[in-house]
Ligand binder design. Sequence first.
Ligand SMILES: Cc1cc2nc3c(=O)[nH]c(=O)nc-3n(C[C@H](O)[C@H](O)[C@H](O)COP(=O)(O)O)c2cc1C
Length: 250
Amino acid sequence: MARKHLKAGALTAPLPPVLVTVGEGERANIITIGWTGILSTIPPRTYISVRPERHSHGLLLEHGEFVIHLTTTDMARQVDYCGIYTGAKVDKFSACGFTRTESKEVGVPTIAECPLALECRVAEVISMGTHDVFVADILSVSCDERMLDSEGRLRYDSVGLLAYAHGEYFALGERVGKFGFSTDKKRSATPSGKRSAQSGSANKAQDKKRKSKSSPATDKGRAGEDTGGRERAHRPFYLDAPRGKGRKKK
Ligand SMILES: Cc1cc2nc3c(=O)[nH]c(=O)nc-3n(C[C@H](O)[C@H](O)[C@H](O)COP(=O)(O)O)c2cc1C
């Protein structure tokens, strides 16, 4: 397969185009953010990357809290609107017809219409270039009950989540597998689809280990998805190296 090299750029996709609420009371605002993700499972940590010239940037520095909301295809227009207009001039809550509800752990409001909301408190702000990264602890998560199945597990395929890829909005596609399905013992095939050289017993051991770790949506393991409980065992050597003053110069 021939490959072509493109100019270096921030081209990871798809991303969740999230609505982020910032500020409190009458000054509360909504900003659309594409540069977001998860940094750590335990403690649960996330980030949003925001240009200093945004109206929301000042509100983030002032209040140190925000709420990240996942969005759906039927709110794509509002998502785009909150990423074009500035809260310095318009009230995006009323322009978009969104309802403010009280959050559990932060003073910033939650948007009632959004399927999933992560309440966050800023732990660190790091300048990266064009954007400042607001690293934050996730203090609480709330969701639309329609996202939960009968066993209380989060179903991301139940509400029509919106995706964003390089300037365009898409509907999240169909579910094609679940965590660990590549080791499905019934198929016993390699990830490429060829017959596995690995014995069935090795697969069985992995399945047993995985099952013992699995837990409902709200439990630590599941919320963090593919951790498999490996965080502690897999500590990289450079984290144990001396930092700051004590560090040897090379
Ligand atoms: C899909 C989409 C993703 C965006 N992602 C970001 C982002 O990650 N960081 C950022 O600073 N601005 C981003 N923007 C631009 C801001 O949302 C936009 O400048 C917004 O009007 C700022 O609102 P404010 O002035 O009320 O803070 C994005 C816009 C859109 C439409």
